[in-house]
Design a binder for this molecule. Structure first.
Ligand code: UDX
Length: 444
């Protein structure tokens, strides 16, 4: 099939490359010429495992190309909208500027029978608002939310755990999905043929449900993380160990152990802004109280960053002025170079604000971090970064820190003997046995 993907960021670039890899002819369109130049050369403009290989193969095959020219969308049967929906500068709501601009720019190139498939995370009601403009061209609008996790984006796109397609609410409610909408759902089945063939759940619903599925999923995940971080706060005043608590409750299949990792909390380009946008939208709908708990989820999450900073201060005897602190990690999570709302960088910046001399290291995110926070010192080599540190703080659990850095090796790099484990990723007993003072999050 011929597909266009509008927006070539973390979502769109991966989607375009993944769709080409399963046999489609794809054009990726973005307004940023630098991104397009890099993608056209087959070079990933950001770090995402396996993306580079897919891009190289896709561009070489001739099935994948990139351009800034929206006219290239003509002739595609499906146009995916994968532009960003960041938090508004002066509030919690999502900024839909890019979605509206993408749709307006696409309108002249739509033909009757085309499908516009929204993938961006949007406030519920957005599809209904966009639809009249799109339908006036004879095209059909569906909402097809994306659930990819950075670091696993290629795998999540090619082999998702579910596919959700929202079609026009009017026809869905009238159960008349035999017309254009049923056709649209079938076309999407064809787009995702390998996943559909292996029996991946394919849920056809109305626009509002499809939009809500995405924000509800992220709200649930954020709540799960903040729940365990709230337990960490209680553990801290009672001497309990939150990691054992998580293991124990996680054995209950109804609860499950995943996303019960207590630490400095969640960040990134999705969870924080999505729960805020959800609160804002619920307020607009007169149902603010239904999701008041998301304010708590956000507040708990932000408190954990402060807690990590406080642990470092306490560990260094009450003040960090001119103390050398090595911060392991800048990305908001491992296997990503994304620093949007990164708890790791936030901790580094706060410590620096208290006068500490901060050295940040990260296997992938240093360039991005330096652009945003040029005031911090960055060292690429892990061991070089640790040399002479008074304290080491683990904030992003990359393998080369969490698994590969042993206390014995760290002891050869510095005479400082303090580690603060912001991700509860290390074996506390092993560090203590090697003579280090170990501080975890919600652990004695
Ligand atoms: C998230 C959703 O998982 C994904 O389905 C959605 O499409 C986009 O948003 P992502 O932002 O890539 O994906 O990261 P995710 O793996 O969810 O992690 C988010 C944050 O939570 C990271 O900062 C991570 O470190 C943190 N986290 C995760 C925890 O603090 N504890 C956990 O147990 C799990």
């Amino acid at each position: 099939m011929r597909l266009s993907v509008i927006g070539c960021g973390y979502l769109g670039a991966v989607h375009a490359a993944a769709m080409a890899s399963i046999g489609h002819e794809v054009v990726g369109i973005d307004v940023d010429p630098r991104k397009i130049e890099s993608l056209s050369r087959g070079e990933a403009p950001f770090f995402e495992p396996d993306l580079q290989e897919l891009l190289t193969a896709g561009v070489a095959s001739g099935r994948l190309r990139f351009t800034t020219d929206m006219a290239a969308a003509s002739g595609s049967s499906v146009h995916f909208i994968g532009v960003g929906t960041p938090q508004q500068k002066d509030g919690y709501a999502a900024d839909l500027t890019y979605v509206n601009a993408a749709v307006d720019a696409l309108l002249p190139y739509l033909r009757p029978g085309d499908i516009v498939a929204g993938k961006s995370t949007v406030p519920v009601g957005t599809a209904a608002e966009l639809a009249p403009r799109i339908e006036a061209t004879g095209a059909t609008l569906v909402w097809n939310p994306e659930f990819l996790r950075e670091g696993w984006a290629v795998q999540d796109t090619i082999d998702p755990d579910r596919l959700v397609v929202g079609v026009s609410s009017r026809s869905f409610l009238a159960r008349s999905t035999t017309g254009d909408e049923a056709h649209a759902a079938d076309i999407l089945r064809e787009v995702y043929h390998p996943a559909v063939a292996k029996g991946t759940p394919f849920i056809v619903t109305d626009w509002a449900t499809a939009e809500l599925v995405k924000v509800a999923a992220n709200a649930f995940l954020a709540t799960k993380i903040s729940f365990i971080n709230a337990m960490a706060e209680i553990a801290e005043v009672t001497g309990a160990d939150v990691t054992q608590l998580a293991d124990a409750i996680g054995h209950d299949a109804r609860i499950g152990r995943r996303f019960l990792g207590a630490g400095i909390g969640f960040g990134g380009g999705c969870l924080p802004k999505d729960i805020r946008a959800f609160s804002a939208r619920a307020e607009e709908l007169g149902r603010g109280e239904s999701v008041t708990f998301l304010r708590e989820v956000d507040a708990i999450n932000l408190r954990r960053r402060e807690r990590a900073v406080q642990l470092v201060v306490d560990a260094l005897g009450g003040q960090v002025f001119e103390k050398k602190v090595t911060v392991l990690g800048a990305a908001f999570k491992p296997y990503s170079d994304d620093i949007r709302d990164s708890p790791a960088l936030d901790v580094a910046v706060r410590l620096r604000g208290l006068g500490a001399s901060i050295t940040v290291t990260d296997p992938a995110a240093i360039d991005n971090a330096r652009r945003l926070h040029p005031q911090l010192d960055y060292v690429e080599d892990r061991d070089e970064a640790i040399r002479g540190a008074d304290a080491i703080v683990l904030v992003t659990e990359w393998d080369e820190y969490r698994r590969e850095l042993t206390p014995e090796h760290a002891s050869t790099l510095t005479s400082g003997r303090v580690v603060v484990d912001g991700r509860n990723g290390w074996d506390a007993a092993a560090w203590r046995a090697a003579g280090w003072t170990y501080y975890g999050m919600g652990r004695p």
